[in-house]
Design a protein around this ligand. Structure first.
Ligand code: CMX
Length: 136
């Protein structure tokens, strides 16, 4: 797949405002975007660290993926997102390699990126997101 960089690290939090305060006041980063992704049942806050972003994820529904994650494991790193080109081809490649896909085709994620997840049972326990910025 040869991802160009880590696009973002997703971190599950119970309270977005509390977590934003840590990243702004302790780490000195600036939250540049807060966005609700209804489809994923999350509210997100973004920070830039070089080429990589931190995406804080607060669940808007206990039955959503982040709500269930926090219920089971508590706050913490939820996923790692790699920036790729030709995401459809990468999903096909992953399937050929026997990787279990969560998304067989890309969908729209936060910030308008095309995203697709690989199942953590196929990836040594880490939820991996592939994403492509087709806007360039
Ligand atoms: N990282 C690592 N492992 C995870 C995980 C995560 N984030 N979430 C769940 N798991 C593990 C569970 O602990 C469980 O392991 P065990 O069977 O050993 O206990 C296994 O995966 C299956 O979990 P499950 O409870 O049966 O399945 P869920 O219904 O919780 O679904 C998953 C898990 C990954 C398929 C689901 O969360 C999903 O589809 N995620 C993709 C979408 C997503 O995460 N969206 C939120 C972010 C959106 C954004 O970035 O904008």
């Amino acid at each position: 797949m040869k991802p160009s960089h880590i696009e973002h690290i997703g971190i599950a939090v119970t309270n977005l405002e509390t977590a934003i305060s840590f990243y702004e006041n302790v780490l000195g980063l600036k939250c540049y975007n807060i966005e609700e992704v209804a489809d994923q049942k999350v509210r997100t806050a973004f920070f830039k660290v070089g080429q990589t972003k931190i995406e804080l994820l607060e669940s808007t529904d206990p039955e959503g993926p982040v709500g269930k994650f926090i219920e089971k494991k508590g706050e913490g790193i939820h996923h790692i997102a790699f920036s790729v080109e030709n995401i459809e081809d990468q999903l096909e490649h992953a399937t050929e390699m026997g990787v279990r896909l969560i998304d067989c085709k890309p969908r729209k994620g936060a910030e308008g990126l095309d995203i697709a997840f690989l199942h953590p049972k196929s990836t040594s326990g880490v939820l991996i997101e592939l994403c492509e910025n087709k806007k360039g």
